[in-house]
Write a protein that binds this ligand. Structure first.
Ligand SMILES: [Zn+2]
Length: 255
């Protein structure tokens, strides 16, 4: 059994027969559990509905930095976060790559307001960080009681080391299978096995050999295969470890 810890099931990945078919193909590939994060406030309702409908779909709820300027409290209530199918707060964080410099203060405000929600509800967080390593680490340093996962981790060993010390998990996405991703493979070779989980970030970042296609949770198998190779352990054993790690990361998950 394997799981996809970060898949945007609310996005347009359902061209071939809808979400039912996506989930069926995942099951056929041995991917039995899917965690669906939100990024856009408009996805929150849809993510919760999917988690209520499908027994092996769970949600994390958060607003992505690309929506800097919105007030998280207008969309995310403690009632939502206490929903039994909502495992954590995410994806949240900082993106200095896609977003203009003048949004930084608003990004930080949105990020910290959601860290406050995670703290209040005792939930882990799923962190998105791009070209914002220093600020991400400095902010999470201040919120030292909060744990979680660095989603689609592509940063270097510097941030990995800091977040390892903070007790965070690291999620490998399809990017780790790319030919030019030697640096990321190198970083994951140094991250202890008990801190690694896997994801697709579907519909983005389809792993080799599906690169360029619309990604879906079934493809997480290819990412897991590559990480198992990097860690030099059998694929099945790696999958068992990933399941255990995910349970530790998201204690509310019932699988
Ligand atoms: Zn994502």
């Amino acid at each position: 059994m394997l799981l996809d810890t970060h898949c945007h099931l609310t996005y347009d990945i359902d061209k071939d027969g809808g979400v039912d078919a996506v989930i069926a193909r995942a099951h056929a590939a041995g991917v039995d559990v899917i965690i669906c994060p939100t990024a856009d406030p408009g996805d929150i309702d849809a993510a919760i509905k999917l988690a209520e409908k499908y027994p092996n779909v769970f949600a994390t709820i958060g607003i992505h930095p690309e929506h800097a300027g919105v007030r998280a409290a207008d969309y995310i209530t403690d009632e939502i976060l206490n929903h039994p199918r909502v495992l954590g707060v995410g994806e949240i964080g900082l993106d200095y790559h896609e977003m203009d410099m003048d949004t930084r203060a608003a990004q930080i405000e949105l990020f910290e307001s959601q860290l406050e929600m995670a703290r209040r509800n005792k939930l882990p967080v799923a962190i998105h960080t791009r070209d914002a390593e220093e600020d991400t680490a400095a902010i999470l340093e201040k919120w030292a009681d909060i744990g979680g996962v660095m989603h689609c981790f592509t940063s270097g060993w510097g941030l990995a080391k800091k977040m390892l010390d903070r007790g965070f998990f690291f999620s490998a996405s399809g990017i780790i299978t790319f030919k030019n991703a030697g640096d990321i493979r190198e970083t994951f070779s140094k991250i202890p096995l008990e801190r690694i989980v896997v994801e697709t970030d579907a519909p983005y970042c389809a792993p080799v050999p599906y690169r360029g296609r619309v990604c879906e949770p079934a493809f997480v198998v290819e990412t897991a295969r590559v990480v198992a190779e990097i860690k030099n352990i059998p694929f099945d054993k790696f999958c068992d470890i990933v399941v255990e790690n995910t349970k530790k990361l998201y204690p509310k998950i019932k699988i």
